[in-house]
Design a protein around this ligand. Structure first.
Ligand code: ADP
Ligand code: MG
Length: 728
C-alpha cells in the first residue's frame, strides 16, 4: 500500500547526508567570521576616508539625519565593499505589518542613456529611498489606491549587510516603510520613535544619579523558540504548508512527548543544521549564543547576546528568515508558528528588556554601590507603574490568532498581565510602600539592597509562569509569540515607560520645589506609585484557576481572544499615549488596529478553508473505506451464522466512524455557510470567527481524531504526530 504519507517516510529514511562547505573541517573560529557580511565599523573605516568616516559615525551615533552628500559618499563606499565581496544586487529590506520582512531587489547594473556604456551604479538616492509596490502589504486603510505605493527610507542606525542565497549575494539596506505622506506601514518606524522618546525621558532621570551619563540605550535580548520537521513529511501535510500548523492530529500520549528532550542531546541531523545556521548568523553579526532543546520534542531555542533594541529586532527578523533558508539546505522545515501541534507545548519568544547608559550602567541592575540603588528602584518601580497603567496595551501588542492558542492555555503565560519580581524584591517594595520616607529608611532600603547581587544567581526563584518577570537585571516579557516581530511589544513598552518617567520627573520637581530632600522625595513618589499599581504584582502560579479569579477581583483584564485584546488600541488613553509621544498618530494607530483585525480574520478564514479541504481529501474518504471494510465484515460474519453479539466490536467502531463522518460533514456545511457571510464590519466578522468558526473547527478536529484513531494505519495519508515529531 502506498500513499503520500508512506512515500514521505520513504524519502526521509533514504536521505543521503547533506554536503556542507565546512562539513569535515573544524568549525572556524567565530572571531574570524563574525560580521564579515556586515557593513560595520571595521568595513566603514576601510572603505571611507578618515574625515568621511568621522562624520558618518557622528551622525549615526547622535541619530542626526545624513545629508544627501554624505549619503552619496556612504553609498559609494558601501557599493565598493559589496562588489569586492561579489554582490550584484541591492535591496531595501523592511518590516511590513505581516510580521516578517520584505525586500525589493535592484541590480547595480545600469546602462548609460544614449550610450551603450554598461555601468555599475548605486547612488545616494538608491541608498536613501525606494518605492516598492506597497499594495501587496497591509496598510490598514492608510493608502488609497491612487497612492498605493509605499516608500522605504534608509535607517543608518542599523548596518547594511550581505544576504547570501545560494550563489546570489544581495546588499540589504535596513529601511523604514511609509506612505506617501510619511505614515508608518511597518514596525521599524514606530520602534525608532518609541526608543527615542524613552531615551529622552530617561536621561534627566538618570542624571539625578549619574551626572556623567549623556545617553540612554534601550536593550533587547530575545529568545526564539521553534520546531523543526523533515521536509518530506512537511510536504505531505497540506495544513502545515498552508497555515504553519497542523489542523488535524493529536499527540498520542503526554508522557511520550517529554522523552528526555528538554536539554537532552540534540539529534545529529538537527545539530548539523544548527551549526550551519550559527555560522550564517555569525557572518551577519548576529551574536547567537545559546541553543538547547525545548520542552517539546523537535523544539529548540536560539538566543543571542543582548543588543540595542533596533538592532536586536533586525537581527531577530533576519534570523527567522535565515532559519527557513538554512533549513531548506538540510531538507528540514522550521515552524515558527506559536502552536504547530495540539497538546504539545507551543513556541514563544521572550523579550528581555532593559535600559543602559553610555557610561556602562544597566539601569535595571540592582547590584553595585549602595548609594546608587535608588537609581535602580526608580527605574524598576516606574516600569511597574507603566505596565500597570497600560497592561491592556501590552496584551494587545502580542495578540494574534496563532498566539491565542498559547496564552491562557496552561503552558504559556495567561492573557492576564501580571508582574513577578521575586521574594527579595517583594520585601524591598513592601518596605517602600510602608512609606517611611525618612533618610533612615533610605539606609534601611539600601541594606536590603546589598543582598541583591545574589539575585541573578538564584534560579530557584524564577517563576516560569509569569508573563512579565523581573529576572535579575532585566524584565522578561514572555507572552510574545514565536512568529511575531519583537518590535510590537517593545514599542509599546518603550512608550509607556517613557511617559511614566516623564511624569515621575515632573512630580519630583514639584516636591523638590517644596523643599523636600531628593532621596526622600523619590522614595515618597515610588511609594505612591507602588500603592497605585500593586495589584499587578503576583508571585504565584499564573496557570492556576485561582489566579484567574483573584485577578478578576483585583480588576485586572483577562482577554484570551485577539478581537477583545485588540480593543485596547482604540482606548482614548492609548490614543493619547501614542499621540503625545509621537509614536503613532490616531490614523496610524487605527490602521495598525485594522491590520491586526484583518490578520486575525484572514488567518481563521484560511485555516477553516484548508480544514474543509483536508476533510474532503483525506479524512472522509478514509473513514468511508474503513466503514466499508467493517460493514462487509459484519455482513459476512452474519452470513456464516455469527450472532449480533459476535460482531459487537465491529458494530461499535462502525457506528463511531459513521457518527464522526456525519458530524464532520454537517460542520463543514455550517462553516461554508458562515464564510459566505462576507459583509459586516471588521468587528462583526472577527466576532464570528471567534465565537462560531473556531468552535466548529475544534469540533471537526475532535471528530477527525476519532477517525484517525480507528482507521487502518495503512489507509491514513497524512503524516502522524509521532512521525512529525520523532522521525529525523
Ligand atoms: P532564560 O532562558 O533563563 O530566560 P537566557 O540566558 O536564555 O535565560 O536568556 C537571557 C536573555 O536575556 C539573553 O538573550 C540575554 O541576552 C538577555 N539579557 C541579559 N541581560 C540583558 C539586558 N541588560 N538587557 C536586555 N537583555 C538582556
Ligand atoms: Mg527566558
Amino acid at each position: 500500500m502506498s500513499n503520500t504519507r508512506f512515500s514521505a517516510i520513504d524519502i526521509l529514511l533514504n536521505r543521503s547526508p547533506i554536503d556542507l562547505p565546512y562539513q569535515d573541517k573544524p568549525t572556524p573560529k567565530v572571531s574570524t567570521i563574525f560580521g564579515e557580511n556586515v557593513f560595520n565599523d571595521k568595513a566603514m573605516q576601510k572603505y571611507l576616508s578618515k574625515a568621511a568616516y568621522k562624520k558618518v559615525k557622528l551622525a549615526i551615533d547622535s541619530g542626526a539625519k545624513l545629508d544627501l552628500k554624505l549619503a552619496g559618499i556612504v553609498a559609494t563606499a558601501m557599493q565598493k565593499w559589496a562588489m569586492d565581496k561579489g554582490v550584484t544586487h541591492f535591496a531595501h529590506w523592511f518590516q511590513p505589518l505581516t510580521g516578517r520582512t520584505a525586500e525589493k531587489h535592484d541590480s547595480f547594473f545600469d546602462l548609460e542613456p544614449l550610450d551603450d556604456q554598461v555601468i555599475e551604479r548605486f547612488s545616494a538616492k538608491d541608498l536613501a529611498q525606494q518605492e516598492p509596490d506597497g499594495s501587496s502589504f497591509p496598510g490598514g486603510g492608510l493608502r488609497t489606491t491612487f497612492e498605493a505605493r509605499g516608500y522605504t527610507a534608509w535607517d543608518p542606525s542599523s548596518p547594511a549587510f550581505i544576504y547570501e542565497v545560494g550563489e546570489g549575494k544581495t546588499l540589504c539596506i535596513p529601511t523604514i516603510f511609509v506612505t506617501y505622506s510619511g505614515e508608518s506601514l511597518d514596525y521599524k518606524l514606530p520602534l525608532l520613535k518609541s526608543k527615542a522618546y524613552l531615551e529622552k525621558a530617561a536621561l534627566p532621570v538618570v542624571q539625578l544619579f549619574d551626572k556623567k551619563a549623556k545617553k540612554i540605550i534601550t536593550t533587547l535580548g530575545w529568545e526564539q523558540e521553534f520546531f523543526v520537521v523533515d521536509e518530506a513529511l512537511f510536504n505531505a501535510r497540506p495544513d502545515l504548508m498552508a497555515t504553519g500548523r497542523t489542523l488535524l492530529g493529536k499527540a498520542s500520549s503526554k508522557g511520550q512527548m517529554l522523552d528526555d528532550h528538554y536539554f537532552g542531546s540534540i539529534p545529529s541531523r538537527i545539530f548539523t543544521f544548527m551549526r550551519d545556521l550559527e555560522m550564517e548568523c555569525y557572518k551577519l553579526g548576529i551574536p547567537v549564543r545559546t541553543r538547547h532543546n525545548e520542552v517539546a520534542p523537535s523544539q529548540f531555542e536560539f538566543a543571542p547576546v543582548f543588543e540595542e533594541v533596533n538592532l536586536a529586532v533586525d537581527h531577530n527578523q533576519l534570523l527567522m528568515d535565515l532559519m527557513e533558508r538554512v533549513a531548506e539546505r538540510h531538507k528540514l522545515r522550521v515552524l515558527l508558528h506559536e502552536k504547530p501541534f495540539k497538546d504539545v507545548n507551543g513556541s514563544g519568544k521572550h523579550n528581555n528588556w532593559s535600559m543602559a547608559t553610555d557610561t556602562g550602567l544597566n539601569l535595571l541592575s540592582p547590584g553595585g554601590a549602595p548609594g546608587k540603588n535608588l537609581r535602580f528602584l526608580t527605574f524598576f518601580v516606574n516600569t511597574i507603574k507603566a505596565v500597570y497603567d497600560y497592561a491592556d496595551l501590552l496584551r494587545a501588542t502580542v495578540a494574534s490568532a496563532s498566539n491565542d492558542h498559547r496564552l491562557g492555555a496552561q503552558e504559556a503565560p495567561p492573557a492576564i498581565i501580571s508582574i513577578f519580581v521575586g521574594s527579595q524584591l517583594t520585601e524591598v517594595l513592601d518596605n517602600i510602600m510602608k512609606g517611611k520616607s525618612s533618610s533612615d529608611n533610605v539606609l534601611k532600603v539600601m541594606e536590603l539592597m546589598e543582598r541583591l547581587p545574589d539575585l541573578s544567581l538564584d534560579t530557584t526563584d524564577r517563576n516560569r509562569t509569569s508573563p512579565f518577570a523581573f529576572t535579575g537585571n532585566k524584565f522578561e516579557i514572555r507572552m510574545v509569540g514565536s512568529s511575531m516581530n519583537c518590535a510590537a511589544p517593545m514599542l509599546a513598552l518603550n512608550t509607556m515607560v517613557g511617559k511614566q518617567l516623564t511624569a515621575f520627573y515632573d512630580d519630583l520637581q514639584k516636591l523638590l520645589a517644596k523643599g523636600m530632600k531628593q532621596d526622600e522625595a523619590i522614595l515618597s513618589l515610588l511609594a505612591k506609585y507602588l500603592k497605585a499599581s500593586k495589584n499587578i504584582l503576583f508571585e504565584g502560579n499564573n496557570y492556576s484557576v485561582e489566579w484567574q479569579k483573584e485577578a478578576e477581583k483585583r480588576g485586572l483584564s483577562n482577554n484570551p481572544a485577539t478581537p477583545d485584546a485588540l480593543k485596547a488600541f482604540k482606548a482614548l488613553k492609548v490614543k493619547r499615549l501614542f499621540g503625545e509621544s509621537g509614536v503613532f498618530s490616531n490614523r496610524e494607530l487605527q490602521a495598525h488596529y485594522n491590520t491586526m483585525m484583518e490578520n486575525y480574520i484572514s488567518r481563521l478564514t484560511i485555516e477553516s478553508t484548508k480544514l474543509s479541504h483536508l476533510c474532503y481529501e483525506y479524512v472522509l474518504p478514509t473513514a468511508v473505506l474503513q466503514q466499508n471494510v467493517l460493514a462487509e465484515n459484519i455482513a459476512s460474519l452474519k452470513k456464516v451464522g455469527i450472532r449480533a453479539s459476535g460482531v459487537k466490536a465491529q458494530m461499535d467502531i462502525l457506528k463511531k466512524l459513521s457518527a464522526a463522518t456525519n458530524k464532520i460533514y454537517a460542520n463543514i456545511q455550517k462553516l461554508e455557510k458562515l464564510k459566505s457571510r462576507k459583509h459586516g464590519s471588521e468587528e462583526k466578522r472577527a466576532e464570528l470567527c471567534k465565537t462560531q468558526i473556531k468552535p466548529l473547527m475544534e469540533d471537526i478536529r475532535v471528530q477527525a481524531e476519532i477517525i484517525e484513531f480507528f482507521v487502518d494505519d495503512n489507509l491514513w495519508g497524512l503524516p502522524k504526530y509521532r512521525e512529525l515529531l520523532f522521525l529525523r
